[in-house]
Design a protein. Sequence first.
Length: 370
Amino acid sequence: MKTEYSVEEPLNREPGIKDLVSSYITPNDDTSYDRNHGPIPHLKAKDHKVKVDGNVKNPLELSIEDLKTRFPQHEIISALQCAGNRRHVMRTLLKEVNGLDWFEGAVMNCKWRGPKLRDILNKAGIDVKSAKGSHVAFACYKVPVQGGESWYGGSIELERAMRDGADVLVALEMNGKPLPVNHGYPVRIVVPGVSGCRSVKWLDRITVQLEESKNVYQRYDYKILPPEATDKEAAKKYWDVTPALQDMPVNSVIAIPETGETVKPSASGTIEVKGYALPHGDQGPVVKVEVSTDDGRTWKKAEILVPKEGQTKWAWALWKVTVPINKGQKRQVLSRATDRGGNVQTDKPQWNLRGVAYNGFGEARDLSVV
């Protein structure tokens, strides 16, 4: 049955972690997370236009049909991750943070299809004299967002947008079908490897400009503030000098068993552990996941489950491993990931006020092993 999503309130939710890792490709259903800062617009594709303006020689106004027919179509498999994924772990293991209490399911791994942003910008003709240090800003002016802002937006560096291997898409499809309304129908940006807050949904403007987006969610949110920014007042002097979060860090999560579960080992004293792992930015794919049941003294290499689509640069990795574990209470299992670029997941990252980009070891804590 098709879900009709509210157009009045922001939809923010995540699936259960076991459901999430049950499929390599995250389905177009309630298994995919939702993060919104305002109501969901219900738009008609036939009436929708995307304007391309700013530092371009030939401003464009493109219909959905134009985006489908005037440019080559590309498909990528890419994870899309909320900046606040695992925020709950940071606030419980380190200290309190500001923001929605996301657990470990604010991520999805999907097939995205549409023209490359690079091809559209080439059609518009970048003003190369002003390209250095420029940004490409994305906006949705269809609905206001919380806090009184009239629009949602974000930006990435122009260099990334124009890099062919960056695979930034003006996405029209998700998993072989038109985008679901809650994921941006009829068109959204997908920036692989980058915090999901830059992959603007219900896209209606692309602007080449000399500076980053002026939207509040680019300038005053989604930044890894220094630890000296201990509260909103102390943070004020850091917002303008702290770069906006772009690349997400290497990460892994244990989905089975979950924190607090009771588990029964096999006759040989082992349990099966499963989870997902993500590479740092464009440094994928994940090449190794290790698991420890003795607080990190020793590690066992997990099997990365290679899907029929093959391991791709931007996708997550699902993994599993059988490990020994001693009986008792408050047992712990840890995971750590390594990607192609040599980035290794850390034990505990530095705390930040907004609780973004947490990538401490994957954990299943407080296990009762009987």
